[in-house]
Design a binder for this molecule. Structure first.
Ligand code: GRF
Length: 190
């Protein structure tokens, strides 16, 4: 089986993107072809540069152009697209070009606390406000709706009344960094 080529899409800090880059360094199953962001000033771009991973900075019009994105990823012979803190909707043309081969991580136990606008601290605030006793992460294939698509894995953490957005975010981030690369490796090898 040939080594799969992965593109990582990220919009922000990129801690998951970096974690994935480190995990797949010199890895037989996959190679990180580039990190793409919809923000030219996204910290993830500098961090990827520092790890000698090619970066692609587009603006919001370009990333909304599904034909452009699909053509670029096909030209780069991408096998899977990994969304790691990517805050733009994936154009249908890109989903059509990579059916079942766009993976996303969401910081809650979907279908709870998902959908438009549910990202970052908004998710943790909603979980804490709801009085839930647990939260966690969901890794899923991407389809046309925000945070829908086949769920590949979920990992849980407890939520206590003493938890704050920061403490919950820390628990979630631990799960993301511990499991996302592993689930990616298993999914692309299957
Ligand atoms: C993570 O919470 C992830 O679940 C969500 O966006 C956040 C990205 O964080 N998709 P980072 O930029 O990777 O640190």
């Amino acid at each position: 089986m040939h080594q799969k080529r992965l593109a990582i899409f990220a919009s922000g800090r990129g801690s998951n993107a970096l974690n994935i880059i480190d995990y797949f360094k010199d890895h037989p199953v996959a190679h990180i072809a580039f990190v793409l962001s919809n923000r030219t000033d996204a910290p993830v771009l500098d961090l990827a540069d520092a790890k000698n991973v090619p970066t692609v900075a587009m603006n919001n019009e370009e990333v909304a152009d599904g034909k452009l994105l699909a053509a670029y990823c096909l030209k780069e012979k991408i096998d899977y697209i990994i969304l790691a803190g990517y805050l733009r909707k994936i154009p249908v043309e890109l989903i059509a070009a990579f059916p079942g081969r766009i993976l996303n991580i969401h910081p809650s136990l979907l279908p709870k606390f998902g959908g438009k606008g549910m990202y970052g601290a908004h998710v943790h605030t909603a979980v804490l406000t709801s009085g839930e006793h647990e939260s966690g992460i969901t890794i899923h294939r991407v389809d046309e709706e925000f945070d829908r698509g086949e769920i590949l894995a979920q990992y849980r953490c407890d939520v206590s009344p003493e938890d704050t957005i920061e403490t919950l975010q820390e628990k979630i981030q631990y799960l993301e960094h511990r499991y996302f690369p592993e689930v990616i490796a298993k999914t692309i090898a299957s």
